[in-house]
Design a protein around this ligand. Structure first.
Ligand code: DGJ
Length: 724
């Protein structure tokens, strides 16, 4: 089995079901093929490009008549074609042309680390190899190493670039994407997410036109608005059929993913750090590493593509003890009390939560400084003893004595103008010199490009973790970055700001992960505003959305599942009427929707009536007995809640199958519905654990499960089945 194969001037990368082939012509690296697995053979005929009427460039080789029609693997700016460049280097003479030719090819076992950046990783038993294609511009002596790591079993290839200035003068990178893949158009649709606060990751799908498609964020974080991934799927591709290629960036800052279509029917599919306001100076000998791009191909539709991403993210991006350990069932008190609580209230909540079977109690915003509303105290990370009179340590001991872990909220990257920290360090905020800094939610943002500020952030959290037995942190981030400037950086470094900020953030998270390996950190950014592979490297679960309405959540979780595993999606049962939408739905439905690998509650446990208490106890027991299915099972989307009358999902792990269905729209005359299950063994006899009824896998796959449509009228009714 060849994972990476070099045959003459061809490079072939193989995963279990896919092949990625490149060619080298006169030192120029071009793309040949990415799709279903090919035999290890000479695919040279595919690499041949035909000459059109454009002879304005000198011939590169008989196979490659001109570069504007070449499928360049990492196109530099200025080749003359309608190609989105992957790299643009400003030379010291003011020109921005470069011509990178291959100088060396290195194949190694395993995978190198990406300095200071989150990335996929290989474990000893993995079939993983890395290809480095070294290229160089002979005039400037700038070198670009293109890295490709092949995760054979995962059907995933990752890419990144390292750009090194070996010339005699400084150069400036105006653009440095992580990768580009060029191929002939096969009638592709572009699939991406759009969203907003409390409406994250809605799916959009439209044909790729010559006007191209771009999704990007320039607000400092990956954003609610545009998640850093893009999928190209054949127009006819469905959940189960057709070809689809997905790229997702392991990055939490400004990003850009685009697909362009040129006059020769060539698609350039590229992704990386947004080039807007990006200027990175490479002094002599300096190197720049791009974030990693995670790429997968499926010949069997979108669900397989999603499962490939789920599997690599869950197993080879997420790290630490909680990668594999059962995630605790948590109860977060935010919607229970907002800023209005004290230690007595928390103790009562702990008593009550313990009785329900909750494993982790989380105190959200408001436990520190003078924080009684969102106007003050970010940065003053010491306990508010007016509220928590007994002190954090004693409170934690109390909660622990009830058999619960305690977690607390931080918003470590922020500072309130009304805070002790601001009085001491006004120079630590992000602001443009001579202008008033911009507030969002009354707060300013700390300058994480400054290492001293990063140390402060680390120490603030580490002090609490060292002096208490806090075992969970909710790491929130509640504003967009705007009007950027730094008292720490020099004027010529300001174009590096956004990326330096992200590197500072990753540095702090890395130190905390290393020094407190048993603490679970959950990501959050006004809900799911920074839900990306970069954050998942440090925080194995992320608060999916501030919208806890079960009905709206079906579409948010559905869209999130395109790339991200269910174990990464925090989903909580909250009270009704729902605080965001005012909608009331049953306990059943709220629980059926929240069933992900990181399940919990967002309510006041002291205000639940007896019958709901019994329901919750039973449900937590059911969840705990089957957590492995929700955390590690394969996830199938059986309907699309944005258009279908039902939201339906399925998990399968070993012989256990769990199916959830939520009726979104009821009709006067409901249709006769069957749910066709997926991924079962056709020959197994499955037993419905509630009714004892038995079905062959082939029956459930080919005919399906009957949804008793007329059984009870009304929207938002839910059904949950388990088969063994
Ligand atoms: C936004 C988060 O998404 C909420 O869950 C909550 O933690 C608030 N911030 C607290 O200010």
């Amino acid at each position: 089995m060849n994972i990476i194969m070099q045959l003459n001037n061809q490079l072939q990368l193989n995963t279990k079901n896919t092949s990625y082939v490149m060619h080298i012509e006169n030192g120029i690296l071009t793309h040949t093929y990415y799709g279903k697995r090919l035999p290890d053979a000479d695919h040279g005929y595919m690499a041949k490009r035909y000459s059109y009427n454009c002879n304005f460039q000198s011939k590169i080789s008989p196979n490659l008549p001109s570069l504007d029609n070449a499928l360049l693997e990492y196109p530099p700016f200025g080749e003359g074609g309608i190609i989105t460049p992957a790299i643009e280097v400003l030379n010291c003479d003011g020109t921005n042309f470069a011509d990178f030719r291959v100088t060396d090819i290195i194949i190694t076992d395993g995978k190198p680390v990406l300095c200071g950046l989150p990335a996929t990783y290989a474990e000893d038993e993995d079939k993983v190899k890395t290809l480095e294609v070294k290229t160089k511009d002979a005039v400037s002596n700038v070198e670009v190493s293109l890295f490709y790591t092949v995760f054979y079993e995962y059907d995933v290839i990752t890419r990144w670039a390292v750009i090194t200035n070996n010339g005699k003068d400084s150069v400036t990178l105006l653009k440095a994407l992580s990768g580009n893949i060029a191929f002939e158009n096969k009638n592709y649709d572009v699939i991406s997410n759009f969203g907003a606060w409390a409406r994250e990751r809605q799916i959009e799908r439209a044909p790729l036109l010559h006007t191209g498609a771009t999704t990007f964020s320039n607000c400092g974080s990956s954003s609610h608005r545009a998640n850093p991934f893009m999928i190209l799927a054949q127009h006819t591709a469905t959940e189960d059929s057709g070809e689809a290629i997905g790229v997702a960036l392991a990055y939490s800052g400004n990003h850009q993913m685009s697909a362009t279509l040129n006059e020769y029917n060539v698609v350039n599919f590229s992704a990386g750090i947004s080039p807007d306001n990006f200027r990175w100076t490479l002094g002599i000998g300096d190197a720049f590493t791009t974030p990693e791009l995670v790429i997968s191909f499926s010949a069997n539709g979108l669900n397989t593509l999603s499962q490939n991403f789920h599997s690599i993210i869950k197993n080879r991006v997420c790290r630490g003890v909680y990668r594999d350990k059962k995630r605790p069932v948590l109860l977060n008190l935010w919607e229970a009390c907002y800023f209005d609580f004290n230690d007595e209230k928390i103790k009562s909540a702990a008593d009550s939560a313990a009785d329900l079977g909750i494993e982790l109690l989380v105190i959200d915003d408001g436990w520190f400084g003078n924080r009684n509303n969102d106007h003050t105290s970010l940065g003053d990370w010491y306990v508010n003893e007016n509220k928590i009179k007994c002190g954090l340590k004693n409170l934690c001991d109390y909660v622990n004595s009830k058999g619960l872990m305690l977690g607390i909220w931080f918003e470590p990257e922020m500072i309130s103008p009304e805070s002790e920290l601001f009085k001491k360090h006004p120079e630590w905020v992000i602001k443009v010199n001579g202008r008033e800094p911009t507030k969002f939610r009354w707060q300013l943002q700390l300058d994480l490009a400054n290492p001293e500020v990063c140390d402060f952030v680390y120490d603030s959290i580490a002090n609490i973790l060292k002096t208490t037995n806090i075992q969970y942190i909710k790491w929130d981030y509640n504003r967009t970055m705007a009007h950027v400037g730094s008292a720490y950086l020099k004027a010529e470094q300001m174009g590096e700001y956004y990326h330096r900020y992200v590197l500072g953030l990753y540095g702090v998270l890395e130190r905390l992960n290393n020094d407190f390996p048993n603490v679970l950190i959950e990501g959050c950014a006004s809900g799911g505003g920074r839900f990306d592979i970069g954050m998942l490297y440090y925080t194995p679960q992320i608060w999916t959305s501030d919208d806890t309405d079960a009905v709206e959540r079906t579409a948010i979780q559905y869209g999130t599942s395109l790339i991200y595993p269910m174990s990464a999606q925090s989903a909580h049962v909250s009270v009704c009427p729902n605080h965001q939408t005012g909608r009331t739905v049953s306990m059943d439905t709220r629980h059926t929707v929240a069933l992900t690998g990181s399940f919990g509650y967002e309510l006041d446990p002291c205000k639940i009536d007896d019958s709901d208490r019994e329901y919750i106890k039973e449900f937590i027991k059911f969840y705990n007995d089957n957590f492995d299915v929700f955390q590690n099972g394969k996830y199938y989307r059986l309907s699309n809640p944005a258009i279908d009358d039902y939201a339906i999902y399925q998990y399968i792990l070993g012989n256990t199958v769990i199916v959830g269905a939520i009726r979104l729209n009821s009709h006067a005359v409901n249709l006769q519905n069957t749910i066709r299950l997926k991924g079962l063994d056709e020959n197994y006899l499955y037993t419905d654990t509630k009714t004892g009824e038995k079905y062959y896998g082939s029956q459930l796959i080919n005919y399906g499960l009957k949804l008793a449509a007329s059984e009870s009228a009304g929207d938002y009714k839910s059904f949950l089945w388990m088969f063994k």
